[in-house]
Design a protein around this ligand. Structure first.
Ligand code: ADP
Length: 370
Protein backbone atom coordinates (compact mmCIF):
# COMPACT_ATOMS: atom_id res chain seq x y z
CA UNK A 1 0.00 0.00 0.00
CA UNK A 2 1.43 3.38 -0.97
CA UNK A 3 1.65 6.27 1.47
CA UNK A 4 -1.13 8.00 -0.51
CA UNK A 5 -3.38 4.94 -0.12
CA UNK A 6 -2.79 5.03 3.61
CA UNK A 7 -3.68 8.71 3.77
CA UNK A 8 -6.78 8.10 1.59
CA UNK A 9 -8.03 5.64 4.19
CA UNK A 10 -7.84 8.54 6.66
CA UNK A 11 -9.87 10.64 4.24
CA UNK A 12 -6.92 12.86 3.28
CA UNK A 13 -6.58 13.09 -0.48
CA UNK A 14 -4.63 16.21 -1.20
CA UNK A 15 -0.86 15.54 -1.30
CA UNK A 16 -0.06 19.25 -0.89
CA UNK A 17 -2.04 19.32 2.38
CA UNK A 18 -0.18 16.29 3.68
CA UNK A 19 3.17 17.74 2.79
CA UNK A 20 2.28 21.03 4.45
CA UNK A 21 1.29 19.25 7.68
CA UNK A 22 4.58 17.37 7.68
CA UNK A 23 6.42 20.60 6.93
CA UNK A 24 4.85 22.22 10.01
CA UNK A 25 5.56 19.31 12.32
CA UNK A 26 8.87 17.70 11.45
CA UNK A 27 12.07 18.35 13.39
CA UNK A 28 14.15 17.80 10.28
CA UNK A 29 13.98 20.70 7.89
CA UNK A 30 13.11 20.11 4.28
CA UNK A 31 12.40 21.95 1.08
CA UNK A 32 10.70 20.94 -2.14
CA UNK A 33 11.79 22.35 -5.48
CA UNK A 34 10.79 21.98 -9.10
CA UNK A 35 12.83 20.97 -12.13
CA UNK A 36 14.00 24.59 -12.57
CA UNK A 37 15.39 24.41 -9.01
CA UNK A 38 12.78 26.88 -7.75
CA UNK A 39 11.76 26.33 -4.15
CA UNK A 40 8.10 25.38 -3.79
CA UNK A 41 7.92 24.42 -0.12
CA UNK A 42 9.95 25.52 2.90
CA UNK A 43 9.36 23.72 6.21
CA UNK A 44 9.06 25.53 9.56
CA UNK A 45 12.22 23.89 10.87
CA UNK A 46 14.07 25.51 7.95
CA UNK A 47 12.76 28.91 9.05
CA UNK A 48 14.15 28.26 12.54
CA UNK A 49 17.55 27.06 11.32
CA UNK A 50 18.21 29.47 8.45
CA UNK A 51 16.34 32.58 9.59
CA UNK A 52 14.72 32.89 6.15
CA UNK A 53 10.96 33.28 6.18
CA UNK A 54 9.11 30.84 3.93
CA UNK A 55 7.54 33.75 2.02
CA UNK A 56 11.05 34.96 1.18
CA UNK A 57 12.21 31.58 -0.05
CA UNK A 58 9.27 30.28 -2.07
CA UNK A 59 10.05 30.89 -5.74
CA UNK A 60 13.75 31.52 -5.09
CA UNK A 61 16.46 29.39 -6.66
CA UNK A 62 17.85 26.61 -4.46
CA UNK A 63 21.34 28.07 -5.06
CA UNK A 64 20.39 30.93 -2.73
CA UNK A 65 19.65 28.47 0.05
CA UNK A 66 22.15 25.64 -0.31
CA UNK A 67 24.97 24.23 -2.31
CA UNK A 68 25.66 20.52 -2.75
CA UNK A 69 29.32 19.91 -1.93
CA UNK A 70 29.69 16.42 -3.36
CA UNK A 71 28.56 17.02 -6.93
CA UNK A 72 30.42 13.91 -8.03
CA UNK A 73 27.90 11.63 -6.31
CA UNK A 74 25.66 9.74 -8.74
CA UNK A 75 22.61 11.65 -9.90
CA UNK A 76 19.36 10.50 -8.47
CA UNK A 77 17.62 7.92 -10.59
CA UNK A 78 13.98 8.63 -10.95
CA UNK A 79 12.53 5.55 -9.31
CA UNK A 80 10.10 6.33 -6.52
CA UNK A 81 12.12 4.85 -3.68
CA UNK A 82 15.60 6.11 -4.49
CA UNK A 83 17.25 8.50 -2.07
CA UNK A 84 20.63 10.12 -2.60
CA UNK A 85 22.83 11.36 0.26
CA UNK A 86 24.74 14.60 0.05
CA UNK A 87 27.03 16.87 2.01
CA UNK A 88 25.53 20.35 1.66
CA UNK A 89 26.20 23.89 2.79
CA UNK A 90 23.18 25.90 3.89
CA UNK A 91 23.26 29.70 3.59
CA UNK A 92 21.49 31.42 6.48
CA UNK A 93 19.79 34.80 6.39
CA UNK A 94 22.51 36.42 8.51
CA UNK A 95 25.23 35.22 6.19
CA UNK A 96 26.47 32.11 8.00
CA UNK A 97 27.24 28.84 6.27
CA UNK A 98 26.18 25.58 7.89
CA UNK A 99 27.54 22.26 6.70
CA UNK A 100 25.27 19.30 7.15
CA UNK A 101 24.06 16.10 5.63
CA UNK A 102 21.01 15.99 3.41
CA UNK A 103 18.90 13.41 1.59
CA UNK A 104 17.31 14.05 -1.76
CA UNK A 105 14.44 12.20 -3.31
CA UNK A 106 12.34 12.72 -6.42
CA UNK A 107 8.69 13.84 -6.41
CA UNK A 108 6.79 11.89 -9.05
CA UNK A 109 3.47 12.60 -10.72
CA UNK A 110 0.77 9.97 -11.31
CA UNK A 111 2.63 8.69 -14.37
CA UNK A 112 5.84 8.36 -12.34
CA UNK A 113 7.41 11.30 -14.14
CA UNK A 114 9.79 13.38 -12.01
CA UNK A 115 8.22 16.76 -11.35
CA UNK A 116 10.52 17.99 -8.61
CA UNK A 117 12.60 17.01 -5.61
CA UNK A 118 12.44 16.93 -1.84
CA UNK A 119 15.59 17.72 0.08
CA UNK A 120 15.73 16.73 3.76
CA UNK A 121 18.39 18.31 5.95
CA UNK A 122 19.63 16.33 8.96
CA UNK A 123 19.38 18.96 11.67
CA UNK A 124 19.83 17.00 14.93
CA UNK A 125 23.58 16.63 14.68
CA UNK A 126 23.91 20.22 13.63
CA UNK A 127 22.14 21.38 16.80
CA UNK A 128 24.32 19.23 19.00
CA UNK A 129 27.49 20.38 17.25
CA UNK A 130 26.42 24.00 17.48
CA UNK A 131 25.72 23.81 21.22
CA UNK A 132 28.98 22.03 21.88
CA UNK A 133 30.98 24.46 19.72
CA UNK A 134 29.35 27.44 21.43
CA UNK A 135 30.05 26.09 24.92
CA UNK A 136 33.67 25.32 24.01
CA UNK A 137 34.11 28.76 22.49
CA UNK A 138 32.81 30.56 25.58
CA UNK A 139 34.93 28.45 27.88
CA UNK A 140 38.11 29.03 25.82
CA UNK A 141 37.50 32.77 25.50
CA UNK A 142 36.84 33.11 29.24
CA UNK A 143 40.02 31.23 30.02
CA UNK A 144 42.09 33.32 27.60
CA UNK A 145 40.67 36.54 29.06
CA UNK A 146 41.09 35.48 32.64
CA UNK A 147 44.86 34.91 32.48
CA UNK A 148 45.90 38.49 31.62
CA UNK A 149 43.15 40.00 33.79
CA UNK A 150 44.39 38.05 36.84
CA UNK A 151 47.91 39.19 36.21
CA UNK A 152 46.92 42.87 35.72
CA UNK A 153 44.84 42.82 38.93
CA UNK A 154 47.62 41.15 40.92
CA UNK A 155 50.40 43.52 39.92
CA UNK A 156 48.19 46.64 40.17
CA UNK A 157 47.26 45.61 43.75
CA UNK A 158 50.90 45.09 44.65
CA UNK A 159 51.73 48.55 43.33
CA UNK A 160 48.87 50.18 45.26
CA UNK A 161 48.99 48.28 48.55
CA UNK A 162 52.71 47.82 49.13
CA UNK A 163 53.42 48.55 52.78
CA UNK A 164 56.56 50.37 51.91
CA UNK A 165 57.62 52.20 48.76
CA UNK A 166 58.83 49.72 46.12
CA UNK A 167 62.25 50.29 44.58
CA UNK A 168 62.00 51.99 41.18
CA UNK A 169 63.34 48.92 39.34
CA UNK A 170 60.60 46.68 40.74
CA UNK A 171 57.92 49.28 40.11
CA UNK A 172 58.98 49.63 36.47
CA UNK A 173 59.02 45.86 36.07
CA UNK A 174 55.45 45.54 37.41
CA UNK A 175 54.17 48.42 35.30
CA UNK A 176 55.75 46.77 32.27
CA UNK A 177 54.00 43.48 33.03
CA UNK A 178 50.69 45.32 33.34
CA UNK A 179 51.30 47.04 29.99
CA UNK A 180 52.23 43.77 28.25
CA UNK A 181 49.20 41.96 29.64
CA UNK A 182 46.92 44.83 28.63
CA UNK A 183 48.39 44.61 25.13
CA UNK A 184 47.78 40.86 25.12
CA UNK A 185 44.15 41.49 26.12
CA UNK A 186 43.74 44.03 23.39
CA UNK A 187 45.22 41.63 20.75
CA UNK A 188 42.85 38.93 21.92
CA UNK A 189 39.86 41.25 21.69
CA UNK A 190 41.00 42.42 18.21
CA UNK A 191 41.29 38.78 17.07
CA UNK A 192 37.88 37.95 18.51
CA UNK A 193 36.35 40.92 16.74
CA UNK A 194 37.99 39.85 13.47
CA UNK A 195 36.55 36.34 13.89
CA UNK A 196 33.13 37.74 14.64
CA UNK A 197 33.21 40.07 11.62
CA UNK A 198 34.40 37.27 9.37
CA UNK A 199 31.68 34.93 10.55
CA UNK A 200 28.87 37.43 10.36
CA UNK A 201 30.27 38.67 7.01
CA UNK A 202 30.43 42.24 8.24
CA UNK A 203 34.00 42.74 7.15
CA UNK A 204 34.41 45.58 4.69
CA UNK A 205 37.29 45.16 2.26
CA UNK A 206 38.94 48.03 0.42
CA UNK A 207 40.77 46.56 -2.55
CA UNK A 208 43.71 48.29 -4.24
CA UNK A 209 46.64 47.11 -6.34
CA UNK A 210 49.66 46.68 -4.06
CA UNK A 211 53.37 46.09 -4.74
CA UNK A 212 53.98 43.00 -2.70
CA UNK A 213 57.77 43.04 -2.36
CA UNK A 214 57.78 46.42 -0.59
CA UNK A 215 55.05 45.28 1.75
CA UNK A 216 56.74 41.98 2.69
CA UNK A 217 60.01 43.87 3.21
CA UNK A 218 58.35 46.39 5.54
CA UNK A 219 56.53 43.75 7.61
CA UNK A 220 59.66 41.58 7.92
CA UNK A 221 61.41 44.60 9.41
CA UNK A 222 58.58 45.27 11.88
CA UNK A 223 58.29 41.62 12.98
CA UNK A 224 62.09 41.25 13.10
CA UNK A 225 62.43 44.22 15.42
CA UNK A 226 59.65 42.88 17.69
CA UNK A 227 61.79 39.76 18.19
CA UNK A 228 65.00 41.81 18.61
CA UNK A 229 66.24 40.58 15.20
CA UNK A 230 66.76 37.03 16.51
CA UNK A 231 66.36 35.70 12.93
CA UNK A 232 67.75 36.90 9.63
CA UNK A 233 64.73 37.26 7.37
CA UNK A 234 65.75 36.92 3.70
CA UNK A 235 63.40 37.80 0.87
CA UNK A 236 63.91 36.35 -2.59
CA UNK A 237 61.70 37.56 -5.36
CA UNK A 238 61.44 37.21 -9.12
CA UNK A 239 61.70 40.48 -10.99
CA UNK A 240 58.78 42.37 -12.54
CA UNK A 241 56.17 40.89 -10.25
CA UNK A 242 52.65 42.00 -11.09
CA UNK A 243 50.76 43.95 -8.43
CA UNK A 244 48.30 42.03 -6.26
CA UNK A 245 44.71 43.19 -5.65
CA UNK A 246 44.23 43.20 -1.90
CA UNK A 247 42.98 45.05 1.13
CA UNK A 248 46.26 46.43 2.46
CA UNK A 249 45.41 46.33 6.17
CA UNK A 250 44.10 42.78 5.99
CA UNK A 251 47.13 41.61 4.03
CA UNK A 252 49.39 43.21 6.63
CA UNK A 253 47.56 41.23 9.29
CA UNK A 254 48.07 37.93 7.40
CA UNK A 255 51.75 38.53 6.60
CA UNK A 256 52.48 39.64 10.16
CA UNK A 257 50.90 36.46 11.49
CA UNK A 258 52.86 34.18 9.14
CA UNK A 259 56.25 35.82 9.66
CA UNK A 260 55.68 36.16 13.41
CA UNK A 261 54.81 32.43 13.64
CA UNK A 262 57.87 31.51 11.56
CA UNK A 263 60.10 33.29 14.09
CA UNK A 264 58.14 32.17 17.18
CA UNK A 265 58.10 28.48 16.32
CA UNK A 266 61.77 28.17 15.29
CA UNK A 267 63.75 29.36 18.32
CA UNK A 268 66.65 27.01 17.61
CA UNK A 269 67.14 28.43 14.14
CA UNK A 270 68.36 31.88 13.15
CA UNK A 271 66.73 32.41 9.79
CA UNK A 272 63.45 32.69 7.95
CA UNK A 273 63.28 32.57 4.14
CA UNK A 274 60.61 34.29 2.13
CA UNK A 275 60.17 33.58 -1.58
CA UNK A 276 57.87 35.59 -3.79
CA UNK A 277 57.01 34.35 -7.27
CA UNK A 278 54.28 34.26 -9.88
CA UNK A 279 52.05 31.20 -9.65
CA UNK A 280 48.65 29.79 -10.57
CA UNK A 281 45.85 28.62 -8.34
CA UNK A 282 42.94 26.77 -9.92
CA UNK A 283 43.93 28.23 -13.28
CA UNK A 284 43.97 31.83 -12.01
CA UNK A 285 47.07 34.04 -12.10
CA UNK A 286 48.47 34.68 -8.63
CA UNK A 287 51.51 35.79 -6.74
CA UNK A 288 52.69 33.26 -4.18
CA UNK A 289 54.50 34.23 -0.99
CA UNK A 290 56.25 31.30 0.69
CA UNK A 291 57.23 31.86 4.31
CA UNK A 292 59.70 29.12 5.29
CA UNK A 293 61.10 28.43 8.74
CA UNK A 294 63.41 25.73 10.07
CA UNK A 295 61.69 25.10 13.40
CA UNK A 296 59.63 22.47 15.16
CA UNK A 297 57.42 21.67 12.14
CA UNK A 298 53.77 20.58 12.14
CA UNK A 299 52.87 16.88 11.91
CA UNK A 300 50.67 15.71 9.03
CA UNK A 301 47.70 15.04 11.33
CA UNK A 302 47.93 18.53 12.85
CA UNK A 303 48.14 20.36 9.53
CA UNK A 304 44.39 20.84 9.10
CA UNK A 305 43.91 21.56 12.81
CA UNK A 306 46.08 24.67 12.84
CA UNK A 307 43.59 26.48 10.58
CA UNK A 308 40.73 26.03 13.05
CA UNK A 309 39.77 28.45 15.81
CA UNK A 310 41.80 28.42 19.05
CA UNK A 311 43.97 25.56 17.88
CA UNK A 312 47.33 25.67 19.62
CA UNK A 313 49.32 22.51 19.13
CA UNK A 314 50.44 20.74 22.23
CA UNK A 315 54.19 21.20 22.43
CA UNK A 316 56.54 22.61 25.06
CA UNK A 317 57.28 25.49 22.69
CA UNK A 318 53.61 26.40 22.19
CA UNK A 319 53.18 26.42 25.95
CA UNK A 320 55.86 29.04 26.44
CA UNK A 321 55.07 31.20 23.37
CA UNK A 322 52.28 33.66 23.46
CA UNK A 323 49.34 33.26 21.12
CA UNK A 324 45.59 33.00 20.83
CA UNK A 325 45.35 30.17 18.29
CA UNK A 326 43.18 32.45 16.15
CA UNK A 327 45.87 33.81 13.81
CA UNK A 328 45.92 31.09 11.16
CA UNK A 329 42.14 30.72 11.20
CA UNK A 330 41.82 34.45 10.50
CA UNK A 331 44.67 34.41 7.97
CA UNK A 332 43.25 31.56 5.90
CA UNK A 333 39.75 33.07 5.93
CA UNK A 334 41.15 36.45 4.85
CA UNK A 335 43.33 34.92 2.12
CA UNK A 336 40.27 33.17 0.70
CA UNK A 337 38.22 36.34 0.97
CA UNK A 338 40.88 38.14 -1.02
CA UNK A 339 40.41 35.58 -3.79
CA UNK A 340 43.49 33.49 -2.91
CA UNK A 341 44.31 30.86 -0.31
CA UNK A 342 46.76 29.87 2.40
CA UNK A 343 48.33 26.41 2.13
CA UNK A 344 50.75 24.55 4.35
CA UNK A 345 53.56 22.05 3.84
CA UNK A 346 55.55 20.90 6.82
CA UNK A 347 57.78 18.20 8.23
CA UNK A 348 60.01 18.12 11.26
CA UNK A 349 62.56 20.88 10.87
CA UNK A 350 60.83 22.84 8.13
CA UNK A 351 57.49 24.56 7.69
CA UNK A 352 56.29 26.41 4.61
CA UNK A 353 53.14 28.52 4.49
CA UNK A 354 52.21 29.53 0.92
CA UNK A 355 50.01 32.58 0.61
CA UNK A 356 48.33 33.00 -2.78
CA UNK A 357 47.09 36.45 -3.79
CA UNK A 358 45.26 37.31 -6.97
CA UNK A 359 46.78 39.59 -9.62
CA UNK A 360 43.42 40.03 -11.33
CA UNK A 361 41.52 43.24 -10.83
CA UNK A 362 38.44 42.88 -8.65
CA UNK A 363 36.31 45.29 -6.76
CA UNK A 364 36.37 43.60 -3.36
CA UNK A 365 34.04 44.95 -0.69
CA UNK A 366 30.85 43.00 -1.04
CA UNK A 367 32.27 40.78 -3.76
CA UNK A 368 32.48 37.61 -1.71
CA UNK A 369 29.43 38.27 0.32
CA UNK A 370 26.80 37.75 -2.34
P1 ADP B 1 49.04 31.33 17.75
O1 ADP B 1 48.46 32.64 18.21
O2 ADP B 1 48.95 30.25 18.77
O3 ADP B 1 50.40 31.46 17.13
P2 ADP B 1 48.06 30.57 15.12
O4 ADP B 1 46.64 30.37 14.69
O5 ADP B 1 48.86 31.59 14.40
O6 ADP B 1 47.97 30.88 16.66
O7 ADP B 1 48.76 29.18 15.06
C1 ADP B 1 48.10 28.03 15.59
C2 ADP B 1 49.09 26.99 16.09
O8 ADP B 1 49.78 26.41 14.96
C3 ADP B 1 50.20 27.56 16.98
O9 ADP B 1 49.80 27.65 18.32
C4 ADP B 1 51.32 26.53 16.76
O10 ADP B 1 51.10 25.41 17.61
C5 ADP B 1 51.12 26.10 15.29
N1 ADP B 1 52.01 26.83 14.34
C6 ADP B 1 51.71 27.96 13.67
N2 ADP B 1 52.74 28.34 12.86
C7 ADP B 1 53.71 27.41 13.04
C8 ADP B 1 55.04 27.23 12.49
N3 ADP B 1 55.54 28.09 11.61
N4 ADP B 1 55.75 26.14 12.91
C9 ADP B 1 55.23 25.26 13.81
N5 ADP B 1 54.00 25.37 14.37
C10 ADP B 1 53.24 26.44 13.99
Amino acid sequence: MTVMDQFSRLGVNNPQEILESVARATQNGFVAFDLENQITLFSSKMVEVTGWHDAEMIGKSTSELFQIQDMSSPELDASADSVSHHAVTLFTRDGKQINLEARKTAILDEESKVIGYLMFFIIEDYNKDLDRAQAEFISTVSHELRTPITSIKGFASTLLNGKQELPKEKRDKYVNIIKNQAERLSRLVEDLLAVSRLESRKLQLTIHPVRIYEMVDYISEVVGSKHSFSHKITINSTEDLPEVWVDKDRLEQVLTNLIDNAVKYSPESDKVDIQISEAELEGKPMVRIDVIDYGIGISTEDQQKVFTKFSRLDSPLTRITEGTGLGLYISKSLAQLLGGDLLLESQEGQTKFSLYLTTEQHKGGELWWD
